[in-house]
Design a protein around this ligand. Structure first.
Ligand code: FAD
Length: 378
């Protein structure tokens, strides 16, 4: 006689979504709005990882040229979101400056902006003099800059709860503390978690930096490396910085949010690894990040930094996200690892939902094929 403890059958739905960050919640929203039953599983609280701790930039100028159209399509969703979720999401589309401090950076800025404009970005080149007139709070030492009215930001701490409320109103079950430990495919898909077993017809893997671990449960290798990004927040100040500021080398993002605090990021790396769940500040890197911020906006010297933190971001070898079917599995889907995934998340989740629902997402997704590295190696 078997002595194994029987596992609990905890739930069944048309679609099981693994991961309750921005990718997973938008996938769930799209599928639930079409009338399907959905269960979202998360190992911890939902909206507690990258989607919660990011800097909130919704930048178009800081995207790879091929991703500019996707960013603009994602902005189409962002623009409707406060009404759709019936909430103030701290959404502002008040443009952004991208600056260069050296001639090399200016050349790089020019090359990238020309390609981005070719892909749909609206941007103007600014001389140092133009920049000084328009944004006297930015250092006069800039060699070149661009301005785009298409950049903006939103509040990650407002978006998550609003999305969760919307999903609950649609009948989506959100199960927190349900770490997925195995996935079995029989007639249905069986997802074994620390909170019991869940059954579905389709499975969406939207587990952010952990997506490779979940894909491996189905025998699929997806290359994902880890960034440990840092962000800092200052004490509130008088409103001065009217839009986001980014850097030609992608090493600075800066904005002043509604309460007057400035959020400073730029992809400077902290210390950590997924295996031991460590994510800490690297103080040397942080100092570089803050010094650069001060150099670009000298007035920040008046402000204390209140807190700095780090979060995980999954990265693909070509920096394009994964979006599509998991190789070799008709009814398992994956969306993960966009650089700037807070900006792109609404679109990525929507497209994954459309793929699940109709097999024909409303935008081309071939470049995001999750099998593009696996297949090449086969
Ligand atoms: C510090 C920082 C700053 C950033 N700043 C910006 C920015 O300003 N603008 C921008 O556009 N992007 C930014 N990003 C990137 C952006 O935040 C991410 O790309 C995006 O949030 C990823 O969303 P996601 O849903 O894929 O992943 P996540 O939000 O990480 O969600 C994945 C979820 O999967 C769950 N999960 C994982 N494994 C399992 C399992 N086995 N079982 C169950 N659940 C599981 C996790 O608990 C988590 O909740 C930043 C990222 C970081 C870390």
């Amino acid at each position: 006689m078997s002595t194994a403890i029987p596992r609990i059958a905890a739930g069944k739905a048309d679609t099981i979504v693994i991961g309750g960050g921005i990718f997973g919640l938008f996938t769930a929203l799209t599928v639930a709005e079409a009338g399907k039953s959905v269960i979202v599983l998360d190992k911890g609280p939902t909206w507690a990882e990258a989607s919660a701790v990011n800097a909130g930039s919704l930048g178009v100028q800081n995207k790879l040229p091929a991703l500019v159209p996707y960013t603009l399509w994602s902005w189409d969703i962002w623009n409707t979101l406060p009404d759709r979720l019936n909430d103030d999401l701290g959404l502002r589309r008040n443009g952004g400056y991208k600056i260069a401090l050296t001639e090399d950076e200016a050349a790089r800025l020019e090359k990238v902006v020309a390609e981005q404009i070719g892909s749909g970005l609206e941007a103007q080149r600014l001389s140092p003099r133009d920049l000084c007139q328009q944004a006297p709070w930015i250092t006069p030492d800039c060699v070149a800059a661009t301005w785009s009215p298409q950049d903006g930001y939103a509040s990650p701490t407002r978006v998550g709860p609003a999305l969760r409320r919307k999903l609950k109103s649609l009948g989506v079950r959100i199960i927190e503390g349900a770490a997925v430990v195995a996935v079995e495919k029989t007639r249905d898909i069986r997802v074994l978690t620390t909170a019991g077993d869940f059954y579905g017809t389709e499975l969406a893997i939207t587990a952010g930096a952990w997506s490779a671990t979940v894909a491996a449960m189905l025998g699929v290798t997806i290359p994902i490396s880890l960034d440990v990004n840092m962000v800092s927040v200052t004490e509130p100040a008088r409103p001065t910085i009217g839009c986001i500021v980014t850097h030609a080398r992608g090493i600075l993002t800066l904005k002043q949010v509604a309460n007057g605090s400035c959020l400073i990021g730029g992809g400077w790396q902290g210390i950590g690894s997924i295996s031991d769940s460590r994510k800490d500040i690297d103080h040397d890197q942080l100092v570089h990040n803050l010094r650069l911020a001060l150099r670009v906006i000298p007035g920040l010297a008046q402000l204390n930094v209140l807190r700095s933190w780090a979060g995980y971001e999954g990265v693909t070898p070509d920096s394009y996200p994964y979006l599509g079917r998991l190789p070799g599995h008709d009814n398992v889907y994956l969306a993960a690892c966009a650089r700037g995934g807070f900006t792109l998340g609404p679109l990525m989740g929507t497209l994954l939902g459309e793929l699940i629902l109709t097999d024909h997402p409303s935008r081309p997704i071939t470049i995001f094929d999750p099998g593009r590295f696996t297949n090449a190696a086969a």
